[in-house]
Design a binder for this molecule. Structure first.
Ligand code: ZN
Length: 328
């Protein structure tokens, strides 16, 4: 073998090694949150390489009643979701019918949360989610013989999913999870920007001209009800209260985070504009306000201490609500 061919062979081997390792820089020391609410405990019903359905996989099955809130184990961008399936059972024919969420992480890995409840997905493809954020509700859809949450983290190698082991933060320290052991999520494992909210208010105040057409309205949501009211300079045009589902409430709460509703440094302008419109968004817990922000728009300028995608937020609040509730 000539020196040149040895060189080429060597380069080829080096490249092959790189090709396997280089595309990803997987953070194998990353500490995941358990995919449940803070303070909650769950047993691992099937662990790594489990004989039932995890052969050759670093996958975990957590025991979880139908409707158990699922929280993101790691921050990332929602890559895929499915929530339209109703059926599930211990037969391979149900394999493709599992509702799920797949989240892409910054190191190129993906986390999959499987067997979610019908309509039990609160995030959309493209959403940026935080660690610990509520993302859905667990269920028993797809290839599943008992209500549980399947969780695994993987990367793609030549188009195939390759699962990787994961470490979790538990009340007993950082652990690699074992089958038939129960683990509790520490109470302080809150999402960085997640809020404890039991009421959301969205107020639109119209003081523009001419007065005849002034319309102000409010959407007030609690965990069980939605109240819509509208007025024109104090004259009540509509005031309706309806019951809402837990899923609807969770969607609105998640939308508050996903639409980036937050306070900004107050912007003030002095262009002498009168009238205009204002949006005030508030959140509450146990009758105590824990967020409030207002944005005023007058002419072409917007000022105030509120930022975020208010329009998207309002559209999500409105989503699925019968027009009769807010039309007059
Ligand atoms: Zn599983």
């Amino acid at each position: 073998m000539s020196l040149k061919s040895i060189f080429f062979l060597f380069s080829f081997l080096a490249f092959s090694l790189l090709a396997q390792k280089a595309p990803l820089n997987i953070d194998t020391n990353y500490v995941y949150y358990l995919p449940f609410a803070p303070g909650k405990k769950s047993m691992v019903m099937q662990g790594y390489n489990g004989a039932y359905s995890h052969q050759g996989e670093f996958a975990l099955d957590f025991k979880a009643k139908k409707g158990t809130p699922v929280h993101a184990s790691r921050e990332g961008i929602v890559y895929k979701t499915e929530s339209t399936n109703v059926k599930g059972g211990p037969k391979k024919k149900y394999l493709s019918l599992g509702n799920h969420i797949v989240v892409k992480h910054s190191d190129g890995t993906f986390a999959a949360y499987w067997h979610l409840l019908y309509e039990g997905v609160f995030v959309k493809v493209g959403d940026t989610i935080t660690k610990g954020q509520l993302i859905g509700l667990s269920g028993n859809t797809g290839y599943s013989s008992w209500a549980h949450l399947h969780f695994d983290v993987y990367y793609y190698s030549e188009g195939k999913q390759v699962t990787v082991p994961t470490l979790f933060k538990t009340t007993h320290g950082i652990k690699k999870l074992k089958v038939y052991h129960s683990y509790r999520k520490p109470i302080d494992s809150q999402s960085a920007i997640s809020k404890n909210i039991d009421k959301i208010e969205y107020h639109f105040q119209d003081a523009s001209v001419p007065p005849l057409h002034h319309r102000s309205f409010s959407w007030i949501l609690t965990e069980t009800h939605l109240r819509y009211s509208a007025n024109s300079y104090g004259t009540i045009l509509k005031d309706t209260t309806i019951a809402i589902s837990t899923i609807k409430w969770e969607q609105c709460k998640t939308a508050f985070l996903n639409c980036g509703i937050k306070n900004q440094k107050t912007i003030e302008s002095n262009d002498g504009c009168t009238g205009g419109t204002g949006i005030t968004i508030q959140t509450w817990l146990n009758e105590k306000e824990n967020f409030s922000g207002t944005a005023y728009t007058c002419g072409k300028t917007t000022e105030g201490n509120l930022s975020g995608d208010f329009e998207k937020f309002l559209s999500i609040i409105q989503e699925g609500i019968e027009p009769v509730v807010y039309q007059y």
